[in-house]
Design a protein around this ligand. Structure first.
Ligand SMILES: Nc1ncnc2c1ncn2[C@@H]1O[C@H](COP(=O)(O)OP(=O)(O)OP(=O)(O)O)[C@@H](O)[C@H]1O
Length: 384
C-alpha cells in the first residue's frame, strides 16, 4: 500500500517541467581542470528540492569530481555553484548544507554503530540527550535499532552500508551526495536496498545526488538521470525519456542495448521515411518532428531500435522492416530470452523476448534462419 501511494505521489513530482519552479542547486558553467585537462567542462545543470538525481557515466566521465565540487572538496576553475540561493564559492565543506556518503563506508572500526553515528554530532557540540534521540531516530529509519552496540566487523556489508547512510543522515543535511552507495552489496540485497533508499529519501524530503555507473540502479531510483561523458552532461531526463528518447547515438548506445541501423534516406512521405541500409534492407520508419527536418533524401540517417521492440519468427516474413539472419547466440535468462542474429552482412541484431509462459513461443535453435520485424514507430531516428 505504502509503495503504491508513494509511487503515485512521486509520479506527479516534476518541478523541472514547471517554468516557475526555482532550482535548488545550480551548476553554472562549471569547469574543473586538473593539470590543464578538464575533468568537468563548462557544465550547467539544475537540480530541484527533494529530487533524486543520478549522475550516470563511464569511468572517468567526471561524476565524482562533480560531487566533490558540490561538497566543497574541490574548487571550480571557472563557473560557480549556487545552493538554495547561496553562492557556494569560497564556502568550506563543513559550512555547506551538504553531506557526502562515500563509496568505501569509512566507518571507524574501533567504535560501535552508535559511536560511529554520534561522531559528527559530537564534533558539532550537540548535547548528549539530543544526540541520543537523533541516533535512535536514524537507526530506526535504516532498520538497525538492535545493532547500536555492534562494531562494524560484526555487521554484514549491507548493514555497514546502512550505518554509513545513518551517519550521513543524522545531521539532516539538505542535500545528500552518494558516491556508488550500494557498490559493495550483492545483487539481491542491492535491489532491496534501492527501494528502501528511495522510500527513505521520499520520507525525509532530502535532495539526493547519486553517482553510479550502474544504469539499472539509476533507472530504478532516480527522478532524473544526467548521462555524463568527458566532463559534460550529454542528456538529462527521466528514466523513460533517457531510454525511449535518447537524443544522441552515444546515449542510445550507453543506456541499455540497442540495434542501430545506418542507412541513406531514399524517400520521405510526411513523417515516414524510407531508409536503405548498407546491407540492402529497406526500412520504413517514423521520424519525430525534430529529426524529420534533417532527414532529406540522399542524407545519411541512423535508426535505433531496442531488442524488446523487435519480433522474431522461425517462419519467413515479408514486407518492410523485415530482416533475416542466422541464429548466432541464444541466452535464456529466465524472465526473457535474448537472441543474437547474424545478418548476411555480418551485422549482429539483438532481439529479446519475454518468457510469459513456460513454453518457448518460438522454436529456434543455433544456426537456424530467423526473421525479425518491427513497426515503423518501434525505434528512433537519431541525430548523430
Ligand atoms: N585530483 C585529481 N588530479 C588529477 N586528475 C584528476 C583528479 N581527480 C580526478 N581526476 C581526473 O578527472 C577525470 C574525471 O574523474 P572522476 O573521478 O570525476 O570520474 P568518475 O566519472 O567519477 O569515474 P569513476 O566512475 O571511475 O569513479 C578523470 O580523468 C580523472 O583522472
Amino acid at each position: 500500500m505504502k509503495t503504491k501511494s508513494l509511487g503515485s505521489v512521486r509520479k506527479s513530482f516534476s518541478p523541472w517541467t514547471d517554468p516557475d519552479a526555482k532550482p535548488f542547486i545550480r551548476f553554472e558553467n562549471v569547469t574543473k581542470t586538473f593539470d590543464g585537462t578538464a575533468a568537468i567542462d563548462d557544465l550547467s545543470a539544475d537540480v530541484y528540492e527533494r529530487e533524486f538525481f543520478a549522475l550516470l557515466g563511464a569511468s572517468g566521465s567526471g561524476k565524482s569530481t562533480l560531487l566533490r565540487l558540490l561538497a566543497g572538496f574541490e574548487t571550480p576553475t571557472r563557473g560557480r555553484i549556487v545552493l538554495d540561493g547561496e553562492d557556494m564559492t569560497g564556502i568550506p565543506p563543513h559550512k555547506r548544507p551538504v553531506n557526502m556518503m562515500f563509496q568505501s563506508y569509512a566507518l571507524f572500526p574501533h567504535m560501535n554503530v552508535e559511536q560511529n553515528i554520534a561522531f559528527g554530532l559530537k564534533q558539532d557540540g550537540m548535547a548528549k540527550s539530543e544526540r541520543n534521540d537523533r541516533i535512535a531516530e536514524v537507526l530506526k529509519l535504516v532498520k538497525l535499532e538492535n545493532y547500536g552496540r555492534r562494531k562494524p566487523h560484526q555487521l554484514s556489508g549491507g548493514q555497514q552500508q546502512r550505518v554509513a547512510l545513518a551517519r550521513s543522515l543524522v545531521k539532516r543535511p539538505k542535500v545528500l551526495l552518494l558516491d556508488e552507495p550500494l557498490g559493495a552489496l550483492d545483487k539481491k540485497l542491492r535491489e532491496e536496498t534501492q527501494f528502501e533508499l528511495t522510500d527513505l529519501q521520499y520520507e525525509l524530503g532530502i535532495t539526493f545526488i547519486m553517482v553510479t555507473h550502474d544504469q539499472e540502479e539509476a533507472m530504478t531510483m532516480a527522478d532524473r538521470i544526467a548521462v555524463m561523458g568527458d566532463g559534460r552532461i550529454l542528456q538529462i531526463g527521466t528514466p523513460p525519456e533517457i531510454y525511449e528518447a535518447p537524443t544522441s547515438r552515444f546515449v542510445a548506445d550507453f543506456i541499455g542495448t540497442v540495434n542501430i541501423f545506418d542507412g541513406t534516406v531514399t524517400a520521405r512521405n510526411g513523417d515516414r521515411l524510407k531508409l536503405e541500409t548498407g546491407a540492402g534492407h529497406l526500412l520504413e520508419v517514423d521520424a519525430n518532428e525534430e529529426s524529420v527536418s534533417r532527414a532529406r533524401s540522399g542524407e545519411k540517417a541512423a535508426y535505433a531500435v531496442r531488442p524488446e521492440k523487435l519480433r522474431i519468427s522461425a517462419k519467413e516474413l515479408t514486407g518492410p522492416n523485415v530482416l533475416s539472419g542466422e541464429v548466432w547466440e541464444i541466452a535464456y535468462i529466465g524472465d526473457m530470452t535474448s537472441f543474437h542474429l547474424k545478418m548476411d552482412d555480418g551485422k549482429i541484431v539483438r532481439v529479446s523476448m519475454v518468457n510469459a509462459s513456460r513454453e518457448s513461443p518460438v522454436q529456434l535453435t543455433w544456426h537456424d534462419r530467423a526473421w525479425v520485424s518491427f513497426d515503423p514507430d518501434a525505434g528512433l531516428l537519431l541525430a548523430n
